[in-house]
Design a protein around this ligand. Structure first.
Ligand SMILES: *Cc1c(COP(=O)(O)O)cnc(C)c1O
Length: 430
């Protein structure tokens, strides 16, 4: 949701001072807003066996992870770097879900070593895991999106045909049986079928699918499923005026569905796991960037000091991010493209957008960058990823990540020299 009135009221009056002190550009996150959203998640599922595992990839900064951890959230990690970020925020063992795919062996070893609940994405990964020695007591199994009835949301997760994630439903029973035969005692199920979903209904259908599979596992393999994970995918309104996802309705729908199932099947209902990223932090961050050039081509181009290396979503998905100009409300407007300095024509934060007229030095605010913002940034063209700041509940601001430097980028060029010179025996060369 474009910046909440509360975030705006606390940040905008100090924005110039913050920009002066820390320099631009920066992502700044609203601690109080994140706290309120964490509390709203917990309220929506109060009384249900539920735990949120914040998807680290949405905002992998330990200072922010520590905020959500205060609300009892665990973490969903899918790489060693994300495991390290979760550990830096104090998470251990069962606080972490490891939901990876095409999992490399050494990453599997690392996830098992920290005691994370590993989600098996394919039988190939299960075979790797079982070859490592005695398996962990708990494992989860991710289902291929084709397991879900109705529309599968293509795009990030792929459609029924092209999706690379998870185990097809008809192979679940044998895969789980292999695991239990090897000594795994506690089985969870996982299915994520979309992102940026704005209603409870697709989640409810996903839950229905997983609960049906839980019955099958009981009947065909004698296995009781202890947790169901609906993945992430709760959407946020990126445009002003859009209706936000109704967390209360979501919680009530899912809770009622679990209770009904328990009554009908006589089976104990599994715990509910979610791995929300975007919905937790997305609306509570903005990218602040300064206008550095006004340029006139066929269109008016407003050049700013941030670009797609700080926020990829507009270039990658043609995504809309709301843009405002600090203290620009009463100015005449103009239609412009807001551009960065990368040598790619899609390096634009906004395209043909009506904005207040800006001059060099003005501050622009790009909204809803609290998830999949900094974390998707990249360094193509030698562009440097920006710093991250945290606006605390008491109104103070701290730097929680410095901006990248050229020296950071060149660090991988410094290493002990190593040369391999392979000499072949001529008689063996044909
Ligand atoms: C990306 C991802 C999430 C988080 O998705 P959001 O849309 O940010 O809520 C959760 N789980 C898995 C496995 C993911 O890949």
């Amino acid at each position: 949701m474009p910046m909440s009135p509360s975030f705006a009221a606390r940040f905008e009056p100090i924005a110039r001072d913050v920009a002066e002190h820390f320099g631009t550009p920066f992502h700044i996150y609203d601690e109080r807003g994140i706290e309120e959203t964490c509390a709203a998640f917990n309220d929506a599922f109060a009384g249900t066996g539920y735990r949120e595992f914040f998807a680290v990839k949405a905002l992998p900064n330990p200072a922010v992870l520590a905020v959500v951890a205060r609300y009892g959230f665990g973490f969903d990690a899918s790489s060693p770097a994300e495991l390290a970020a979760a550990a830096a925020a104090g998470a251990t063992g069962a606080d972490i879900c490891f939901t990876s795919n095409n999992t490399p062996r050494d990453e599997l070893v690392e996830a098992l070593h920290v005691g994370a609940l590993v989600t098996i994405d394919d039988e190939a990964v299960l075979r790797q895991l079982l070859a490592l020695g005695p398996p962990p007591a708990r494992l989860a199994f991710r289902l291929h999106p084709s397991a879900a009835d109705g529309t599968v949301h293509a795009g990030l997760l792929g459609d029924t045909e092209s999706a690379k994630f998870g185990i097809p439903a008809d192979r679940l029973v044998p895969a789980v049986t292999t695991a239990t035969a090897a000594g795994v005692e506690d089985i969870g199920l996982h299915l994520m079928r979309g992102s940026q979903l704005m209603h409870a209904e697709p989640f409810s259908r996903t839950l229905g699918t997983l609960l049906d599979l839980a019955v099958r596992l009981r009947d065909e393999a004698g296995v009781a499923v202890s947790s169901v994970n609906l993945g992430g995918g709760i959407g946020i309104p990126y445009r002003p005026g859009e209706t936000p996802f109704d967390l209360k309705d979501f919680g009530a729908t899912i809770t009622a569905q679990l209770e009904r199932w328990e009554r009908h099947t006589g089976q104990r209902r599994p715990r509910l796991h979610l791995e929300s990223g975007r919905a937790v932090t997305g609306p509570h961050g903005v990218l602040v960037t300064r206008v550095i050039n006004r340029m006139h081509k066929a269109r008016t181009m407003i050049g700013v000091d941030a670009g797609m290396s700080a926020l990829m979503r507009p270039a990658l998905y043609d995504a809309y991010h709301h843009v405002t100009v600090l203290d620009g409300q009463s100015r005449p407007t103009e239609v412009v493209d807001v551009v960065g300095s990368l040598c790619e024509n899609n390096d634009k934060l906004a395209v043909q957008r009506e904005l207040p007229r800006t001059d060099v030095g003005d501050l622009m605010i790009v909204h809803d960058t609290g998830a999949h913002g900094w974390s998707m940034g990249f360094t193509y063209n030698g562009r440097l990823r920006p710093q991250e700041l945290l606006l605390h509940a008491d109104g103070t601001v701290s730097r929680i990540r410095r901006a990248e430097t050229v020296a950071d980028q060149q660090a991988t060029l410094r290493f002990p020299a190593t040369v391999l010179s392979v000499r072949r025996n001529p008689s063996t060369v044909r």
